[in-house]
Write a protein that binds this ligand. Structure first.
Ligand code: KG4
Ligand code: ZN
Length: 354
């Protein structure tokens, strides 16, 4: 069986083709970074228009790489939630049209759950049950994943996502967009202990996150350092700020993953999303899971950042007969299931989702 998957939730136009194992035959991503860079962030309308222009060529390229034609496809998958609504609508409309014209099933995939499924796809082995961490520009969430179709939210950010904090930190430090890779490069030359920046909820038992205080602390620290240095930052101080900021984010993410493993009693951690590309985060998570004797799965970089191959979660849905109907809509907010009641194995969690 051949599945075509479409991704247009944010600023990457992507299509992938995989089979029922699932094994990926083609994964094509057209990034819009160049279009949004001068605005310092993703502009929703610009993203939606670019998806319209790029989606069909991207689908054609995926088919070409897989040496298939449209008539060979057996199902169409689309990530319909969460994301920028106008951007999502482009992918959902295209997927529905293809499903109708080819007369094949339509499968709806949740983008956040797909980020965790990328670990299963890349590892080519079962990773469930596991704790799942999704750290991207739009999300920072922890899940208890009993299986590929059973995700329960344990906690999430109450304000900014970790990736968004990286992007804002990069803007403050004059490092450009997208910020994550730029901060990581700068941090490599700096001292992570140079400045003590806040680590929100670090010792708090809940599994929620907050990064807005860290952003504000960086803003004022930068202002004070610039005032003390004739209005500019020396290259050394900029690198130290980047390293100290990155260390604060990584500390919190690592501590909360450890706590989620403890309270769920699970021994596997799967991490997805763009921030999972961060080398320092990968290293600390590896050390933390190693100490616990837990397994760690992080996909290769092309499956950490947005892509359509991770929608191979659709294969599990197809096997379970969980097909979408043709009135499928784009859903901008995450409508996942919250871990229900607090118990000995499950912490009481509080956040904006309650
Ligand atoms: O998953 P993704 O591609 O798109 C969303 O669904 O948001 O994640 C993009 C985010 C951006 O905020 C970007 O700055 C961040 O991931 N990112 C990184 C790194 N590479 C990408 N953050 C920290 N370190 C990196 N190396
Ligand atoms: Zn994403």
């Amino acid at each position: 069986m051949y599945f075509l998957a479409i991704e247009t939730s944010c600023d990457e136009t992507a299509a992938a083709i995989f089979d029922e194992r699932p094994a990926v035959l083609a994964s094509v991503v057209a990034s819009q970074t160049d279009l949004h860079a001068r605005f310092g962030g993703v502009v929703p309308e610009v993203a939606a228009r670019a998806h319209l222009q790029r989606l069909l060529p991207v689908v054609d390229e995926a088919l070409r790489q897989a040496k298939l034609s449209l008539r060979d496809l057996d199902a169409i998958a689309v990530m319909n939630t969460p994301g920028l609504v106008n951007a999502l609508l482009v992918g959902v409309s295209a997927a529905k049209t293809l499903a109708i014209t080819l007369d094949v099933p339509l499968l709806a995939v949740n983008h956040i759950e797909a980020h965790i499924y990328a670990c299963r796809l890349a590892a080519q082995t079962q990773v469930f049950p596991c704790v799942g961490l999704v750290v991207s520009g739009g999300h920072t969430s922890l899940f208890r994943c009993r299986g590929p179709l059973d995700f329960a939210l344990l906690g999430g950010t109450i304000d900014d996502a970790a990736g968004e904090a990286f992007d804002k930190a990069a803007a403050m430090l004059g490092l450009g967009f997208p910020g994550g890779p730029a901060v990581e490069r700068e941090a490599a030359r700096g001292n992570p202990q140079a400045f003590a920046l806040p680590r929100s909820f670090l010792r708090d038992s809940r599994l929620d996150f907050s990064f807005s205080g860290l952003k504000t602390a960086l803003l004022y620290l930068r202002r004070d350092l610039m005032a003390a240095n004739a209005g500019s930052l020396t290259p050394e101080i900029r690198a130290d700020l980047a390293a100290s900021f990155q260390e604060a984010v990584v500390d919190v993410l690592t501590a909360k993953c450890g706590r989620a493993l403890d309270v769920t009693g699970l021994d596997t951690l799967c991490v997805g999303g763009g921030v999972a590309a961060n080398g320092r985060l990968r290293a600390t998570l590896l050390a933390a899971t190693g100490e616990r004797g837990a397994r760690l799965y992080i996909p290769p970089l092309e499956y950490c950042t947005d892509n359509a191959a991770m929608a191979a979660l659709a294969v599990e849905k197809w096997k379970a007969g969980d097909w979408a109907s043709l009135d499928l809509d784009a859903e901008p907010t995450y409508l996942g299931r919250r871990a229900s009641t607090a118990s000995a194995n499950e912490p009481a969690v509080h956040s904006r989702f309650d």
